[in-house]
Design a protein around this ligand. Structure first.
Ligand code: ACO
Length: 374
């Protein structure tokens, strides 16, 4: 049996840091004390100057390639979990595939909101286990700041922007051991962005004010504390593990109180729970891969460790999976690897420019021939 093993990882967040006091300075009726005590969030990052989500995703994916010492042309599939794509079509994954120079890869976006990265990992693992793919790039990237209503204190203080990526490769050793995904569309109205879809756009009504994220926070809170624990228990049992054998719990980083409540339900001590919601806020599909990267850099992940990833979000949707960590953590990236990857990226850009001009020439010749035919 083949397993999917994480062999590379990377993250990228925008430079612009927004502390809690920035909201007070904007005139919002809130305070650092309220935000920090009710959510655990101290600061978050926001994109500037229209930086698209694909840009964050490419940077995270390039790091994952570096860590794995892999070539973009090794990638069979790029799955980008996002609910804030660059545009409605094509998929942002296509932009990422192209910019990485992943010439052999298929690419698609997956939208399960904040649960998207774990959904994408589960999908990628199935591709590898079935033998349809050998190497898959899985990215979680979101820019919810582009949908926040700065007058709504119940939502705008909670979210941040960022991207995280892992490279999965087929292996004889586990790997991703079990996963579960779930959805309950009866709760769709609890957390939504209504603009941008066919409902909002039909009859030329465009998005108007519907581009803002709206949320019934307390209802999500109650549901999430229960769901995180339930989903984790399910995958722990399916992997024939006990809670004592779990070495690290990496939950979706939405609210420290939700994380603490879920860990208590599972009976996990604090030292087995990873959280960095204080620094990034809720980065949606990026939250788990960013947390994973930081857990690795803080020496909290070791070969043989059993890790639980659990996520929840708009949908309502949720997902959880168990990973037996199998890749030694490299102390440094070989010096020539970034140089090689930067060269490969430039070659991809030149190849892209060449293909575009080839297309333009073909189109012009086609038009001329058509005219001559008339
Ligand atoms: N500053 C000051 N006061 C505030 C703020 C704020 N930023 N936000 C809300 N309040 C007020 C409310 O208006 C309310 O005032 P009132 O009592 O006068 O009416 C009071 O604080 C208490 O509000 P609650 O909503 O009951 O506060 P709660 O403790 O539930 O915290 C929160 C709210 C943080 C939103 C919490 O419910 C939560 O985290 N819910 C889960 C949200 C979540 O995880 N969403 C992401 C899902 S993932 C995805 O797919 C994107």
């Amino acid at each position: 049996m083949k397993f999917a093993q994480i062999v590379g990882w990377g993250m990228h967040v925008p430079d612009k840091v927004i502390g809690n006091d920035a909201f007070v300075q904007m005139g919002l009726d809130t305070s650092h004390e309220w935000i920090a005590s009710r959510t655990g969030i101290h600061e978050r990052r926001f994109v500037e100057n229209g930086q698209p989500v694909s840009d964050l995703a490419v940077k995270a994916a390039q790091q994952a390639l570096q860590v794995a010492d892999a070539h973009p042309s090794d990638i069979d599939l790029v799955i980008l979990a996002t609910c804030t794509p660059d545009q409605v079509m094509p998929s942002s994954a296509s932009f990422v595939q192209h910019r990485l120079g992943a010439t052999k890869a298929g690419a698609f976006d997956l939208n399960a909101a904040c649960a998207g990265f774990v959904y994408a990992l589960s999908t990628a693992a199935a591709q590898i286990e079935s033998g349809r793919a050998e190497t898959v790039m899985v990215i979680g990237a979101d820019e919810l700041s582009t949908h926040l209503n700065w007058q709504d204190r119940t939502t705008c203080v909670l979210f941040g922007d960022g991207a995280g990526a892992v490279l999965l490769r087929a292996s004889d050793e586990p790997g991703i051991m079990a996963s579960t995904t779930g959805s309950d569309g009866s709760g769709a109205g609890l957390l939504e962005i209504r603009g941008g879809g066919t409902l909002a756009n039909s009859n030329g009504h465009a998005s108007n004010g519907n581009a803002f994220l709206t949320m019934k926070g307390p209802q999500i809170f109650r549901w999430a504390t229960q769901k995180l624990g339930e989903a984790a228990t399910k995958v722990i049992e399916e992997s024939d593990l006990t809670v004592d054998q779990v070495d690290l719990f990496v939950p979706h980083q939405a609210n420290l109180r939700i994380i603490d409540a879920a860990a208590r339900r599972l009976g996990l001590p604090e030292e087995k729970v990873f959280s960095n919601v204080d620094t990034y806020g809720n980065t949606s599909a990026a939250s788990i891969p960013i947390a994973l990267c930081e857990a690795i850099s803080q020496d909290r992940v070791h070969v043989g460790d059993n890790m639980i990833l659990t996520s929840f979000g708009s949908g309502l949707s949720w997902a959880a999976l168990v990973i037996r960590w199998g890749t030694p953590i490299p102390s440094s990236v070989p010096r020539w690897t970034p140089i090689r990857l930067s060269l490969e990226t430039r070659v991809a850009a030149v190849r892209s420019a060449f293909k575009k001009s080839q297309r333009a020439v073909r189109a012009t010749i086609g038009e001329r021939l058509n005219k001559d035919g008339d």
